[in-house]
Design a protein around this ligand. Structure first.
Ligand SMILES: Cc1cc2nc3c(=O)[nH]c(=O)nc-3n(C[C@H](O)[C@H](O)[C@H](O)COP(=O)(O)OP(=O)(O)OC[C@H]3O[C@@H](n4cnc5c(N)ncnc54)[C@H](O)[C@@H]3O)c2cc1C
Length: 405
């Protein structure tokens, strides 16, 4: 490790590795990771939409454990909404279940191949800030404290990010905008191998339970709920109840707990000399809790803007603002805004209202949404009017995302 780089990236998750790979095409980059091994332990259900992933990285079977052709959403009354690749007019698969241990490591390998120095067991402990400009990172590595200078720092240190706070960026969460997740890796579970199953309603305390297949009777079975719904109850209690009903024969091979942002975009995620990406910037889909491809998209934009700042010898917010503007204007940025409002709406629905809404959506093929079907939907679910604009934009943006890739 040198004592000066053009760009230092803190955190080797999908966001950090993508930022490091992109910036390393033109700059000297250091990527640091506090854990001893990149990609482990996994705290994720590992699902990504194909349309969101393609364009960021070429799908490789060595880190794909399942090919998903449909999402099935189960209402509290048992009604099932089947969203299949065929119904969406998509050829092949709709999504993948990753093997993140391998995926995250491959992304870091790509950064190394592009020329980045990658260091594990290397923790950022603070920032070097001079005259209001971030000029590097304070680092602890194997008991040794170091100061490494840089022109740009990219904070990709995940949901528990400290980098943003050290820089004085307000990254505080509202309790209702934090999702708490718990998940078993289970075996002996009889699941459709090509379907991601999602169960909504009070059985998931206002969040949802998921069953994401990983092949050969193996699945990620988990539950995520808003932290504001905890009220003394524990997500694991809800999950255990769900598992004993759904998979009485299931056996546990792993248990993880974690949290994730389900918030609207932050006021700012940059300051002089620094950009935040991924969960650290709250760039996660508020409705699904998915943040892998959001982090990668943000990482790619931040990596490009860091290169520009280095070339222009100017890493002030004047130059770094391009990151914030581009990300906000991207499909991911727009989806975050709309999905936040839809999430805020969905958590207000009772089991009856959710079931009714899902019953009304059943049978409407996305390509066939027209004035008459919308009128029928609103007549049966008047509350939907509150988010009609967001639903319409959501469909438009989802179509654009599919076409873009
Ligand atoms: C239970 C659960 C299920 C989920 N399921 C899905 C899903 O199915 N699909 C999906 O898209 N998303 C899912 N997510 C969200 C997804 O995991 C995150 O959005 C994604 O990992 C964000 O990537 P990132 O690069 O921003 O951060 P992370 O992947 O969290 O990476 C941050 C890295 O920074 C490192 N780090 C932290 N602090 C420091 C420091 N001081 N110095 C050095 N390194 C540091 C960490 O060790 C970590 O490796 C889930 C989350 C949870 C909790």
């Amino acid at each position: 490790m040198r004592d000066e780089y053009d760009v230092i990236v803190v955190g080797a998750g999908p966001g950090g590795s993508t930022a490091a790979r992109t910036a390393a095409e033109t700059c000297d980059v250091l990527l640091i990771e506090k854990r001893q091994e990149i990609g482990a332990p996994v705290r994720c259900a590992e699902a990504v939409l194909k349309s969101a992933l393609v364009g960021l990285v070429y799908p490789d079977k060595k880190w794909i454990s399942s090919y998903i052709r449909r999402y099935r959403i189960f209402a509290p009354d048992g009604t099932m909404l089947d969203i299949s690749a065929e119904a969406m007019g998509i050829e092949g698969e709709l999504a993948y279940i990753l093997e993140r241990k391998i995926f995250d490591r491959e992304l870091a390998k790509d950064a190394a191949r592009a020329g980045a120095d990658v260091m594990v067991r290397t923790r950022a402990t603070g920032l070097i800030i001079e005259d209001g400009v971030v000029n590097g990172v304070k680092i602890k590595r194997l008991g040794e404290s170091l100061e490494v200078r840089s022109k740009v720092v990219i904070g990709a240190d995940g949901v528990e990010s400290q980098v943003g706070r050290w820089a004085g960026i307000n990254t505080a969460f509202k309790l209702k905008d934090v999702g708490i997740g718990v998940q078993y890796l289970m075996t002996n579970v009889d699941v459709a191998e090509d379907s991601c199953d999602v169960y909504v309603g009070s059985r998931a305390a206002g969040g949802y339970a998921w069953v994401f297949p990983k092949g050969e009777k193996l699945a990620n079975v988990g539950l995520g709920m808003p932290a504001s719904m905890l009220n003394g109850s524990k997500p694991i209690d809800y999950l255990n109840k769900f598992v004993s009903k759904q998979f009485p024969e299931g056996q546990q091979l792993g248990l993880i707990m974690g949290s994730g942002p389900s918030s609207d975009e932050l006021k700012t995620v940059i300051c002089n000399g620094l950009m935040l990406v991924g969960d650290a910037a709250h760039h996660c889909d508020p409705l699904s809790g998915g943040g892998i491809t959001n982090a990668m998209e943000g990482g790619k934009i931040a990596g490009n803007v860091a290169s520009k700042a280095v070339q222009q010898r100017d890493s002030s917010v004047r130059v770094l603002k391009e990151y914030e503007d581009t990300r906000r204007g991207s499909l991911f940025g727009k989806l975050q805004k709309h999905n936040y409002r839809i999430k805020e709406f969905v958590v207000t629905l009772s089991d009856n209202e959710l079931s009714k809404l899902i019953r009304s959506l059943k049978g409407i093929r996305p390509q066939e949404i027209n004035f008459a079907s919308v009128v029928r939907l609103v007549a049966a679910n008047p509350k939907v009017l509150l988010v009609m604009h967001d639903l319409a934009r959501l469909k438009e943006l989802a179509d654009a995302l599919t076409e873009k890739r």
